[in-house]
Design a protein around this ligand. Sequence first.
Ligand SMILES: Nc1ncnc2c1ncn2[C@@H]1O[C@H](COP(=O)(O)OP(=O)(O)OP(=O)(O)O)[C@@H](O)[C@H]1O
Ligand SMILES: [Mg+2]
Length: 206
Amino acid sequence: MSSKIYDCIELIGNRIIENKEFLTELDREIGDADHGINMARGFTEVLNVLDKDSEDIGALLKKTGMTLLSKVGGASGPLYGTAYMQAGKVCAGKTELSAEDGKEIFEAVIAGIQKRGKAEKGEKTMLDAIIPAYESYSTAIENGVSAEEALGIMCVAAEDGVEFTKTIIATKGRASYLGERSIGHQDPGATSATITMEAIRDFVKG
Ligand SMILES: Nc1ncnc2c1ncn2[C@@H]1O[C@H](COP(=O)(O)OP(=O)(O)OP(=O)(O)O)[C@@H](O)[C@H]1O
Ligand SMILES: [Mg+2]
């Protein structure tokens, strides 16, 4: 019997793999046309190596992070790798998660990405989806909203964050070489991060 955590990572992986061309096209416009290819390669390997029967959320997230770190490459490999490994640390020994755990995971993920990539909100990176998503999710949870509803609110904020990346200049990563010409294009990493959060929302919704 497969555990829930594997099924959730499988859904994330399949959504990333389905969006390989789309993510690569976005990266063609402001980068080097490899984001979808990188991420799909990473998640194909993740789905190969994960133990489907393990219920240890921390262990599976950690292994996901280590696999992404070694297989994705580029800027996003270390950033996503760190994000999943930090999430795994928060979830060490856990076999289920509360809405409050979700908040702690978000905090660890953002801290990990920022430690590694030194970006702030507003630099046209994945953080422009993840930070607003975290803020909306936390506010919702603090206001006593159900986990399922909070995940819906989180995704709306992430999607708005992706829209926002179209309006700003990239100041981190390869897209920063384009300067003003990066305006008008949505950030590939913010897009893959939003696809990830939508998969989590849909998984929890069932
Ligand atoms: N410092 C950073 N902090 C957060 N996210 C970043 C940073 N630098 C880049 N990114 C994210 O990574 C995405 C690009 O990922 P991709 O897989 O295409 O790597 P890459 O830029 O091609 O790497 P490289 O230039 O090393 O080949 C961007 O869209 C952006 O969201
Ligand atoms: Mg790229």
